[in-house]
Design a protein around this ligand. Structure first.
Ligand code: ATP
Ligand code: MG
Length: 442
């Protein structure tokens, strides 16, 4: 466009006015296009987040049916979208206490409780189900350690036989962990409750899946993870009864190069924990999990606890009976007494042999979890297991150390964790402030 000497354009419009028109046109265009583009990207992101969440959940996310979630604190779509993306990126997400209160519908559905707190059912606003473990604050440092350990380990660990940690909440008021929800709860319910029974084949699959999860922790993670608390309560079952190992709360990250992780004091649950915990200054390695897994195997075969808690004298302890059974050659009868059909007898016997190998007194004699998987799957021949459980009959001590199996000795007070926490006995001012109601215990 040519410019005339008097400053007007050839069309006779003043250049200043022309510039002003251009600016107005650009502003109008931006005002129309920017929101349009934002809207399109948001829609794309939302659909991507939903896809990722679907993958995480491993099944289609249906909108919550029957009971609509009462949202005490609304979570906007963008925030939720970010949560899901972070979870999909395997980054544990940090939630506020208020958000967890909303997710759990004010902590209305209690799933159970353990040594460190209470577990509640919940769901994200998109309908994805979750389990929220609110940690009791009573035991102070131990809880904080457990919390930090869990977030640092499970949050970055991914395997089909390990429970996913989606996120956490941690502030001066409360700490909690947000897990993937497991429809069928924990294995102990099915092993020790006569009314809920799982078929033998499925139990065998559960044993193998659990072994694979542990094998992954021990041998395939970037850093070796020792669980320290393998027991039926920490094996969770999804809707198809596939097992996932839960609660790496007591785990300590150790470099794979180092041969052992020394821990101060005792960890785990009496009846499942390895004998090396009895001895001071004895190195604790990943083989302590192999021992506990052995105890779990005995319970899976018998579908009963290895020992009755509280029974201290003339204790009938199934693992010892199995050892004697192999000696006397009457394991077949024992298996029959466990209610296992003839067609499954051979596999049950194999499982008991593996259990005895896992339960060797010396950690070095126990197989690795990778080999345990092979043995359970029948891929390798299993040599007869050597004698074990000598630690229960130390020389010079007249009576067997059966208290170690039940945790009934006062020396083990540090090991037995109470299920009741004074903190959660009644609503504290802080809980009232956050409108947290404690579900009634039966
Ligand atoms: N992710 C989950 N999905 C469904 N139910 C769960 C989930 N996590 C825990 N639960 C339920 O809550 C119960 C209590 O779990 P919790 O881990 O607190 O105790 P525990 O495993 O018995 O003992 P510990 O404190 O030694 O782990 C479990 O037995 C199980 O029924
Ligand atoms: Mg647990």
């Amino acid at each position: 466009m040519s410019t005339l000497s008097n400053g007007s354009t050839s069309s006779g419009i003043d250049p200043g006015a022309l510039l002003a028109i251009r600016i107005v046109v650009v502003i109008v265009a931006l005002a129309i296009f920017i929101p349009l583009i934002r809207c399109i990207t948001r829609k794309m992101k939302l659909s991507l987040a939903n896809d990722l969440a679907t993958q995480i959940n491993n099944h289609a996310i249906a909108a919550p049916q029957a009971v609509p979630v009462e949202k005490f604190w609304q979570i906007d779509a963008v925030t939720m979208e970010q949560f899901l993306l972070d979870i999909a990126r395997e980054k544990p997400v940090r939630f506020t206490a208020q958000q967890l209160c909303g997710f759990t519908n004010n902590y209305s559905t209690r799933l159970g409780s353990g040594g460190f707190g209470i577990v509640y059912k919940g769901q994200f606003p998109n309908g994805m189900q979750i389990a929220v473990k609110v940690l009791s604050r009573g035991s102070g440092k131990a809880v904080e350690e457990q919390f930090m350990a869990e977030v640092g380990t499970i949050g970055r660990t991914h395997h089909i036989n390990l429970v996913r940690l989606y996120g956490f909440s941690f502030d001066h008021i409360m700490s909690a962990l947000v897990y993937e929800y497991m429809d069928n709860g924990s294995l102990d319910k099915f092993l020790f409750n006569e009314t809920s029974v799982i078929e033998w084949e499925k139990l065998e699959e559960i044993a193998i899946g659990t072994a694979k999860g542990l094998g992954y922790l021990h041998h395939d993670c970037q850093k070796r993870i020792i669980h320290y608390d393998i027991k039926p309560g920490n094996v969770l079952l999804d809707a198809n009864f596939s097992p996932k190992v839960a609660d790496f709360g007591l785990a300590t990250l150790g470099n794979r190069d180092s041969t052992h992780v020394s821990v101060e004091g005792y960890r785990g649950t009496p009846g499942y924990s390895a004998p090396e915990f009895l001895f001071k200054n004895h190195p604790i390695t990943h083989k302590c999990d192999v021992y506990s897994f052995g105890m779990l195997l005995f319970e899976i075969v018998r579908r009963k606890r290895n020992t009755d808690v509280g029974q201290t004298s003339s204790l009938k302890w199934f693992p010892k009976e199995v050892l004697e059974g192999f000696d006397k050659g009457n394991v077949g009868e024992m298996i029959k007494e466990c209610g296992i059909e003839d067609k499954d007898r051979e596999r049950a016997e194999r499982m008991l042999m593996v259990a005895l190998w896992c339960a060797q007194d010396s950690p070095e004699d126990r197989p690795s979890m990778t080999n345990v998987v092979k043995m359970l799957e029948g891929g390798v021949e299993i040599p007869p297991p050597p004698k074990t459980f000598q630690y229960l009959y130390p020389p010079g001590v007249g009576i067997p150390m059966t208290h170690y199996l039940t945790g009934s000795d006062s020396n083990y007070s540090m090991t037995t964790r109470s299920n009741s926490s004074p903190y959660y006995g009644e609503a504290t001012p802080i809980m009232r402030k956050y409108e947290i109601e404690i579900a009634q215990t039966k």
